[in-house]
Design a protein around this ligand. Structure first.
Ligand SMILES: [Ca+2]
Length: 338
């Protein structure tokens, strides 16, 4: 099952879809996820159980034999041809805070991993509680990373232990996209979502193949905007936990965790020049946050919303584009044709 429309799959696979009160809704005037093709039936196949708080799976591009499982406590494990390798690929548990929603939250393998052996992780620093984006290299053993290769690429302080974001992904343009939450507490008390002058509540876009540790691409949307951080690609996000570039179209899907009412999926077309404001905390989903009215001009609404309450932590893809579900209670499930 190749991932073309994650939002559709969210709806097709979550039991909440179709239950009373939790139907996904399409905001008026916006295109919602398309219905699955006629005759398409999906099933789930257990890959492994009893992982330690898995939050994501990924693999090097083209790698058909290995699945890399990101465990929140700070380890990356490899499932090779269906079997869990005993030695972790990377173990940074001693660097990682597990307080609240903190932890090792995301991983992105460099598109040229076969040549440069690089990958990037998104985790919470145990000492400071801040977010760290770090680069590592694989060792001479292809199944083990070199722990000494760790280099901090980006540090972002976090005012509260929740809403750290967590997604990190390479775009079709070769840039590294990093998703950060609004910094936490409830209701975004510090106003980070609507503040382009902070890296919080935003998706960042950086060029990690240039500069030291990176360059800000000249075509980022706020490079010339006074008071804005030039790293910001899109903003108005509460807790962008996962994002994924569609392999066939290049469209970017951003899953944002809602305050209490809805979870939402935002879609940014591949043709976007960036700069979208996804609404938080002026809006939660397609509703003005806090009741009453609000100024919605200039805000980009989600394409899908659904009720919270499922145990699915993430979707993920292997190196050849097969799609998986990760549950926080420890299971990795492959989506297959029924
Ligand atoms: Ca939103």
């Amino acid at each position: 099952m190749r991932p073309t429309h994650l939002a559709v799959l969210v709806c097709m696979l979550l039991p909440a879809c179709g239950d009373s009160g939790t139907n996904p809704v399409d905001p008026p005037g916006l295109p919602g996820p398309q219905p699955p093709p006629p005759g398409l039936e999906l099933a789930l196949e257990v890959v492994i159980r009893n992982m330690d708080q898995p939050v994501f799976v990924t693999a090097p591009p083209g790698d058909a034999n290995r699945l890399f499982v990101v465990e929140r406590p700070g380890r990356i494990r490899i499932i090779q041809n269906g079997a869990l390798l005993p030695r972790p690929f990377l173990d940074i548990a001693d660097l990682t805070s597990l307080e609240g929603e903190r932890g090792l939250l995301g991983m992105a393998v460099h598109p040229d991993f076969a040549q440069n052996g690089r990958f990037f992780v998104h985790y919470t620093d145990r000492a400071s509680g801040g977010t760290r984006i770090a680069r590592y290299n694989v060792s001479e053993d292809p199944d083990v990373a070199d722990p000494a290769s760790g280099t901090i690429v980006l540090e972002v302080s976090q005012p509260f232990s929740n809403h750290n974001g967590g997604a990190i992904a390479f775009g079709p343009d070769g840039m590294l996209y990093v998703a950060l939450g609004d910094g936490g507490s409830g209701g975004d008390p510090l106003g980070h979502g609507q503040n382009r002058g902070t890296l919080l509540g935003a998706v960042l876009r950086i060029d990690i193949d240039s500069g030291d540790p990176f360059l800000i691409p000249r075509d980022n949307p706020f490079v010339d905007t006074p008071g804005a951080r030039a790293e910001v690609w899109a903003y108005g996000l509460r807790n962008p936990w996962r994002m994924s570039f569609d392999r066939s179209t290049g469209d970017l899907y951003i899953a944002d965790v809602g305050q209490s009412q809805v979870e939402e999926v935002n879609v940014q077309p591949a043709s976007s020049l960036g700069g979208e404001n996804y609404g938080w905390n002026t809006m939660e989903g397609s509703t003005c946050f806090g009741g009453g009215g609000c100024e919605t001009a200039g805000l980009t609404l989600p394409v899908a919303e659904y009720g919270p309450g499922e145990s699915i932590a993430s979707f993920g893809e292997d190196g050849v584009g097969e799609l998986y579900i990760v549950t926080i209670v420890g299971s990795i499930l492959r989506i297959v044709g029924a």
